[in-house]
Write a protein that binds this ligand. Sequence first.
Ligand SMILES: [Zn+2]
Length: 305
Amino acid sequence: MEKLVSFRLITLLITGLFLTETTAWAGVATDSPTLKIVATNYPLAYFAERIGGNRVSVDLPVPADEDPAFWKPTAKAVGDMQKAELILLNGADYEKWLPRVSLSKFKLADTSTSFKNNFIRVENAVTHSHGPGGMHSHEGIAFTTWLDFDQAGKQAEAAALAMIRKRPELKSLMMDNLKPLKDDLLVLDSHMQALASSKPGIPLLGSHPVYQYLARRYGLNLKSVHWEPNEMPSEEAWAGLRKLLETHPAQWMIWEAQPSEAIVEKLKVLGISSLVFTPSANRPETGDFLEVMKTNLDQLKEAFH
Ligand SMILES: [Zn+2]
C-alpha cells in the first residue's frame, strides 16, 4: 500500500513535471511578447503585418493625408519610435528626418540595402508643392522602390529577417508567412511583365516623378511631369506638356490619385486619357496593398488595349 501510494505520487510528480515542461516549452513560441514595430510607409507596414500576424503590432505613424516620403515626425512620433523594438525603414533616402532624431541603431532595419547599387538618381528635379508638407523636391535618389515588385519582395524578405532577429523563436512562423507574401508579389511582377510586353515601348506620361522603378523594371516608355491631381497646372506647365508631346506622343497619363474633372477634360483636348496607379505609400481607405496593386494593374490595362 505504501509502495503503491509512493508509486502514484511519483507518477503524479513526473506527469506534473512533464506538463509544466511542455507548457513552458510551448510558451516560448506562443507567449513571447508582441513585437512592437514602426513602419515608415504602408507597403512595409503591410509586409510586417503579413509576416508577423497577431504576434506583432505595426504602427504607421504618418497621418492619413500625408505622403510618408515628405513627413516629419512629431515629438510624440519620435517617442513612440523610441519605445518600439523595431523600425522598418524604406531606405533609398526615404527617411530624410532620420539623421535628426535619436534612435538606437539596433532597432533600425533598412529594407532596401540589398539592392542599393541599383538605386535610380533623379536628375534635374524641380521644387514643387503638394499636401501639408509644403514645397519639396524629388532631388537625390528615387524612393518608390516597391513599385518594382521584385524589389518589393526583397524588402519583404529584409523585413522578415529583421523581425526574426528580434524574435528568433518565431522564425518558422514568420518564414512560413513570408512565402505566400513573396508569391503574391511574384504574381504581380509577372502580370506587370506580361502587360508591359503586350505593347512594348508605347509612350506614357506620369503625373509625378514616382514611377522610376516601375518604368525600369517593366520597360515602360514613361516621362513624368510634376503635377498634382487636385491642382490645375499653370499655363507654363501645359505649354511644357505640349512641347513634350511633340517627341513623346503619349495617349495616357498615369496619376497617383484621381485627378480633378477639370484637368481630365483639359487633357482630353490634347488626346490624353487619365488612369490611376497609386503607389499606396500611405494606408489605403479600403482594401490592402495587394488589392490596391491589382486595381492599379487593371487601370493600367486600359493604356495597353
Ligand atoms: Zn512631389
